[in-house]
Design a protein around this ligand. Sequence first.
Ligand code: MG
Length: 380
Amino acid sequence: MNDIVLLGSTGSIGTQTLDVCRAHNIRVRALSANSSTELLERQAREFRPEYVAIADDKYFNDIKARLADTDIKVLSGIDGLRELAALKCGRVVNAVVGMVGLLPTLSAIEAGNDVALANKETLVAGGKLVTDAVKRHGVRLLPIDSEHSAIFQCLMGAGENRFSKIILTASGGPFYGKTRGELANVAKEQALKHPNWIMGAKITIDSATLMNKGLELIEAVWLFGAEPEQIEIVVQRQSIIHSAVEFEDGAVIAQLGSVDMRMPIQLALTYPKRLPCPAKKLSLFDVGELTFGRADEETFTCLAAARKAIAMGGNAPCIVNCANEAAVSLFLHDEIKFLEIGETVNAALSEVHYTKDPSLDDILETQAAAENYVLGRRFR
Ligand code: MG
């Protein structure tokens, strides 16, 4: 079995990754968190990694003091995360939230590690850089996102056969079927209630705006070498069909399962092996019926922005991703309204400087430019 480095261990994906490690005695060589020192300490005492890192430097002294009686080495900041990602191990699980995951992903790949990727923002913002590095270093990217894990599984037996279409399913989020008028004044508490999945705040808001599906569309383009037009988004309200693939002959292969992230997480850790999983087994009798619908891109303009960005290519997906991160943060701090997230993202896409073939520096500059644009726009 692989040993792992786990970046983002205190979040929703991180804690579920540790459930899987517990179930299969997977050795955890390093853990990192952004700021949750109390939980990180508890995890460190249970899993006894060689290293922990805290992304936010402010908390370095706190975590260092908490682990003073152990021989665990404590690092901090983005350099700390990069150092952990570069430890020679079986797989690096990247479950950090947001663009901050990009550099550690690149460090992991350059060190020759496979990456189990839950951090979709890094592939969205740095898709070409990341996939080029993967090819150069001959490592594997194993998707953790349930949809991409599903697509990956649908292709596991495909051999040389290419797909003709990817059917990317979406739950539709808490506001499916609502009009712009109905969404004008929704409170953050309503947006934070996802019908099927319990997840972190950022991705839950992204699910409510459908930006999550937009990011996943871009992620699928890079992971599977798909053309954007080959990806069809289908609202599957029950989140039982996690995604599907259509082949040239019209055959559609879908992956179904209960709503439990431990299944895709575990496969990313144990691939190509399938092992018993702590997740509940699916009963189709309990599900009863499966429904399908279209996503409304006129109401959910974030999804339209993501589609436009991947068609533009270059740094456009990075602009959309970073503008969205900044806008979601403003929404969570009650500084802008729900519909303004989409307005902000679309405005950033037309205003922030476009580059066709961005380097890593260009991507990092784009990040700063998109954030500054969003913060500046708020005061106009
Ligand atoms: Mg997903």
